[in-house]
Design a protein around this ligand. Structure first.
Ligand SMILES: Nc1ncnc2c1ncn2[C@@H]1O[C@H](COP(=O)(O)OP(=O)(O)OP(=O)(O)O)[C@@H](O)[C@H]1O
Length: 255
């Protein structure tokens, strides 16, 4: 059983160097002064916040600011501590009616579908492949809640929904978390759901590397723990005109 409250400490970075070497990758590395040993893009160093059962943690920020990287790191830490963590991205959907896909009593299933904005009878009788993208996303949310997880992980939260519905779902999810004790780790670029979601922890990532952590007690902490991500590149040096590829050194056009 996971302990009632825990502090997560996230340290996330990605290497600049390519996962797959190629001559062209080697030329780019030379042009931007990245060698095979160095070049690290730091998303966060020791970013700390506390969570407990039923906490809603929201990561927002611009595209590329590191939200998903932090989400994955938080989910891994919770898993490592023994929590049952379900990611919407890992759920598979059979071709059966929505009401048949939800375990437990029919009445519970109907209530859950309604909370996720799928309360109309004709929708409950459809299969996942007959739903719109936004309806399918909402069903994934309902399915995840029905599977008795400690934590549910949802990237691109409400991205496929019109913004009015997005706010309704955010508010319902907040109530669900309170009622069930299921925690949520959510990522979105949309800030319009912030008030309705009333997250316990709101982590705002910025492309300049600053991360803001706001907790529900109104506490705001700002930390510059990442490296700027706007260009994703270290300062540009003069190219050497030499490229290294798996130990082979060759002259390039820049030389
Ligand atoms: N596995 C990886 N290896 C190297 N770099 C990565 C990896 N995953 C992400 N990055 C880089 O880290 C930065 C943050 O990526 P991330 O996916 O966390 O951002 P995001 O804020 O979720 O973006 P978006 O809103 O576009 O999904 C980006 O510059 C991305 O290129």
């Amino acid at each position: 059983m996971p302990s009632p409250a825990q502090t997560l400490s996230l340290s996330v970075s990605h290497h600049f160097r390519p996962r797959v070497n190629s001559t062209r990758a080697s030329v780019v590395m030379d042009q931007f002064g990245i060698d095979f040993e160095q070049g690290e893009h730091i998303i966060a160093r020791d970013l700390q916040f506390s969570v407990q059962p039923g906490s809603v943690v929201l990561f927002t920020g611009e595209s590329g600011s590191g939200k998903s990287s932090l989400l994955r790191s938080a989910a891994e830490q919770l898993k490592a501590a023994g929590a049952r963590v379900i990611s919407l991205a890992d759920l598979t959907l059979d071709d059966r009616c929505l009401v048949d896909l939800l375990p437990g009593a029919v009445a519970d299933g109907l209530a859950l579908l309604a909370a996720c904005g799928l309360g109309e009878a004709q929708l409950m009788l459809r299969t996942p492949s007959e739903l719109s993208d936004g309806q399918r996303y909402r069903f994934l949310l309902a399915l995840a809640v029905s599977q008795q997880a400690d934590w549910i992980v949802a990237d691109e939260f409400t991205a496929t929904l019109d913004r009015r519905l997005a706010r309704v779902i955010a508010s319902n999810l907040s109530r669900l978390a309170n009622r069930t004790g299921i925690g949520f780790l959510l990522v979105t670029t949309h800030e319009d759901i912030v008030d309705d979601l009333a997250a316990d922890v709101h982590i705002r990532c910025r492309l300049d590397g600053e991360i803001e952590v706001t907790t529900s007690d109104g506490d705001l902490k700002k930390k510059r723990c990442g490296s700027p991500t706007s260009s994703g590149s270290p300062p540009r040096p003069s190219p050497t005109g030499r490229t290294s590829l798996g130990g082979i050194i060759a002259a390039t056009a820049s030389g």
